[in-house]
Write a protein that binds this ligand. Sequence first.
Ligand code: 8IG
Length: 277
Amino acid sequence: MPNAIDNPLNDPAADPFEVAQRAAEDIARLTHVDQHDIALTLGSGWGKAAELIGQTTAEIPATQVTGFGAAAVVGHAGTLRSILTPRGKRVLVIGSRTHFYEGHGVRRVVHSVRAAAATGARIMVLTNGAGGIKTTWGPGQPVLISDHINLTAATPLEGPRFIDLTDLYSTRLRDLARTIQPALDEGVYCQFSGPQYETPAEVRMAKAFGGHIVGMSTALEAIAAREAGMEILGLSLITNLAAGIQTTPLSHKEVIEAGHAAEPVISGLLAGIVGAM
Ligand code: 8IG
């Protein structure tokens, strides 16, 4: 079976927290760092930030860590990096994200978050590339996530886990981010399942619901991070205006290009924020 990569999370009988614990042990052994303080998932456009955050003390292929599985695109295996900041914090940088639309199930989607929590990380920084609904925003603009609307009809929680999601995207960390860039705007992130972009009608719905950002990640990860007791910071890079807000069709190529163009600026911002933690 081509997709039956040797991943324990593919076994429905596996305990995802036990798999995350094993992943954390792999990370500690391979990075020679017993405990991390902060975890950071790098989404589209945010990839260059790692170099600016501090000194990379270890870089390991995600495939060597339990539960991470093979990369979606051959030859583009994601890596995990351990970085030491000037203030002495250990940052686990997660360069490989599993999206819900890949169809491997929510356990695989949130495994990196659970593994990061198991390494000891108390802060989870989630970044992504996304579409913007606010007309004052343009491509290349970073915004803080203030809250989310989960439109995937999925959840990483299993069983009767009635967890509170108030202040899910920490006010304290958003305030800290604005000490680095005072004008940083914020908005409500709507996670759609994807992989297709929204119809203009779906974007109008998201706007009517109180949404400002449309994307295909982050909300499910944030729920898992809250379950794990982490404090969460969410940052979106607006690479395009959402369908129907921008009048021209969305092109994946243009979205990627906008991400690359913004990379130097937003990387500096992210490094500044993580450096202040
Ligand atoms: I980059 O316009 C990026 N990711 N759902 N909609 C959704 N995800 C996105 C978009 C977008 N742009």
